[in-house]
Design a protein. Structure first.
Length: 351
């Protein structure tokens, strides 16, 4: 028999080695099928369940990450297409990733920036809200932000006595000020270039030391009702209940106000939660993020892609937000939110 012929040992060994490599490759690919299928199924279930109109703790927490779910679904879908080209059976996983992408994409669609014509800002005023984080020591970053943006109304959240003292240089810019100091988390300061009237520190929750600042501003002959709030984070069933009760009480207050009203603060919920939707509906507030972008503001030590939008500036129908932007890093786990606001009709001169 000739060397290297069909039945020779070298050829036979080569075929065995090829078959073993092919079998090993197929085995490795088959091992990928189950975890990919499980990931796709979980993502689809989470994406669909977040639609449920309920204030269940798990559903509430899952509802906030629509942008991240959409990104994960796209990555999963593309990954499945690639490994299917290598012979892995991932048809079901591919379809589930696609379904999750569609579900979350539909939710996010109304938040895509439209790029419409820039509205006139004549007669407008600027509002900024920032959760500065009680433990934050970068006072200069907050002062720099305030001076650069130069808003007509500035709301700072989580201020204690140290922060009240550190922000005193802003008194040169803002002749009107309100503050309630707390050692941890629920202190608040308000700086205004316009006269503050009918100011009140309201505790909407019984037996809870969580203040909200309610007041009126008179700007160019028009009176605006303002609620500066900081809701509890929903870490646990009881805190979720308290957060929702707080939002409901604020919504009732807003709905009873005559004339244009504004809510500014850290609501500890995103536009995708059932509680947020109930809050807007009861209060008669509008979501200014729609057609302007996702604009995430909170996420400790995370890039913007992993943050979520829990800080809000929400107007009633008498006001139009012509610009909404996220501010710079100020040393906090939150980014500031800045809005330019314009009345939708000529002001009614107060007598």
């Amino acid at each position: 028999m000739k060397k290297g012929g069909l039945g020779s040992p070298p050829f036979f060994c080569r075929n065995i080695r090829y078959s073993m490599r092919l079998h090993s490759k197929n085995a490795k690919m088959m091992k990928l099928e189950r975890p990919i299928f499980i990931c796709a199924a979980l993502l689809l279930i989470v994406s669909a369940s977040a639609f449920l109109p309920t204030n269940n703790l798990i559903i509430d927490l899952l509802s906030h990450f629509r942008f991240q779910y959409f990104g994960a679904a796209i990555i999963g879908f593309v990954t499945c297409l690639l490994i299917m080209c290598m012979g892995t059976r991932a048809k079901w996983a591919t379809n589930m990733f696609l379904g999750a992408a569609v579900i979350n994409g539909l939710v996010l669609w109304s938040y895509l920036p439209t790029g419409g014509a820039q509205a006139s800002t004549r007669g407008s005023f600027k509002v900024a809200v920032a959760n500065i984080l009680t433990a934050n020591r970068d006072h200069n970053a907050v002062l720099s932000f305030a001076r650069k943006e130069n808003p007509d109304l500035l709301v700072l959240i989580e201020t204690n006595d140290r922060w009240v003292q550190a922000m005193s240089p802003l008194n040169e810019i803002y002749p009107y000020k309100l503050f309630v100091s707390r050692a941890q988390h629920f202190g608040m300061m308000v700086f205004s270039k316009n006269s503050i009237k009918a100011a009140e520190t309201r505790y909407f929750l019984k037996n809870q030391n969580i203040p909200s600042l309610l007041f009126e501003l008179s700007i160019k002959g028009q009176t605006y009702h303002i609620a500066a709030i900081h809701a509890l984070p929903p870490v646990g069933i009881e805190r979720l209940r308290l957060r929702n009760a707080h939002l409901q009480a604020v919504a009732n207050w807003v709905s009873s106000r005559p004339g244009p009203t504004l809510v500014a603060g850290d609501l500890n919920t995103t536009p995708f939660s059932h509680a947020y939707k109930q809050f807007l509906e009861t209060a008669g507030l509008n979501d200014p993020r729609k057609n302007r972008g996702f604009l995430p503001t909170w996420g400790p030590f995370s890039p913007s892609q992993l943050r979520i939008p829990i800080d809000h500036i929400l107007p009633t129908s008498g006001l139009d937000i012509t610009s909404l932007t996220v501010g710079p890093d100020i040393g906090s786990d939150h980014r500031p939110l800045v809005a330019v606001i314009k009345p939708t009709s000529p002001p009614q001169i107060q007598k």
